[in-house]
Design a binder for this molecule. Structure first.
Ligand code: ATP
Ligand code: MG
Length: 227
């Protein structure tokens, strides 16, 4: 929906520019003013009116008594609308954690620098410790695996830095930057190759798909922290 609104904004910005050029050239307006803001349909008709006293009726009365605040009008130029459109369509968010081993060894700064250098924007980050139960909730997909206990004890063994990262193709690109789960098999120059000691203590976590990224972001961050 937002992409559609932005496309419309690009068109409107182009129309406005055309209108301005026409006025400059001929001194006459093309008369392409935007529709008045208040042309949006008002709730109307009595046939849809809910039964008096019903929950819906009380809700409708409440909404009418407290109408939503008017939304500010955003005026896009063609360039700014195209920029926002590109960002809306291309950018993706992923979730990552600097794990307790890397924090303990003082590698947080170097890992964040490598992430930023690779073009990721750090949308949100915090330092915290989690309980074993919270680690179990986070890694619930691995509950049946033999390393589950070791993994969740390790993840709750000290401070971590959970974070939300953004760039185009963020999920796949971060996995590439992290390297293989087992640092012995990780490619040269990857974060795990440089900073991880073993498959269990491997410095960094990264979401592996869109659905897991959405779950993991929501597990650690509230919407208000993600503007
Ligand atoms: P992560 O989810 O932390 O980004 P990953 O996606 O590369 O890592 P997963 O298969 O999801 O790997 O495993 C989750 C974590 O469990 C690994 O990062 C690792 O710390 C631990 N783990 C995986 N396999 C083993 C194993 N064989 N022995 C010990 N720990 C393991
Ligand atoms: Mg994983």
């Amino acid at each position: 929906m937002k992409a559609l609104r932005l496309l419309i904004a690009v068109e409107q910005a182009r129309d406005k520019e055309e209108q301005r050029q026409h006025e400059r050239q001929f001194g006459v307006s093309l008369g392409m003013d935007a529709e008045p803001e208040d042309s949006i349909d008002e709730p109307r008709g009595t046939s849809d009116e809910p039964d008096p006293g019903s929950f819906t009726h009380r809700f409708v009365l409440d909404v009418r008594a407290h109408p939503p605040l008017p939304r500010p009008t955003v005026h896009y130029t063609e360039d700014s609308a195209l920029f926002a459109l590109r960002r809306e369509i291309l950018s993706q968010r992923t979730f990552s954690i600097v794990k307790p081993d890397a924090v303990r060894k003082g590698h947080t700064g170097a890992i964040l620098a490598q992430i930023e250098k690779a073009g990721f924007k750090i949308v949100s980050i915090k330092r915290m410790s989690i309980s074993k139960a919270q680690a179990e909730g986070f890694y619930y997909v691995h509950a049946a695996r033999p390393f589950f206990r070791e993994l969740t004890e390790f993840m709750s063994s000290g401070p971590i830095f959970p974070m939300v990262l953004e760039k185009d193709n963020a999920i796949a690109d971060l996995r590439k930057l992290m390297g293989a789960t087992n640092p012995a098999q990780a490619e040269e120059g990857t974060i795990r190759k440089k900073f991880a000691a073993s498959i269990g203590e491997n410095a960094i976590h990264g979401s592996d798909a869109e659905e897991t990224a959405a779950f993991e972001i929501g597990y650690f961050f509230a919407g208000i922290e993600l503007k």
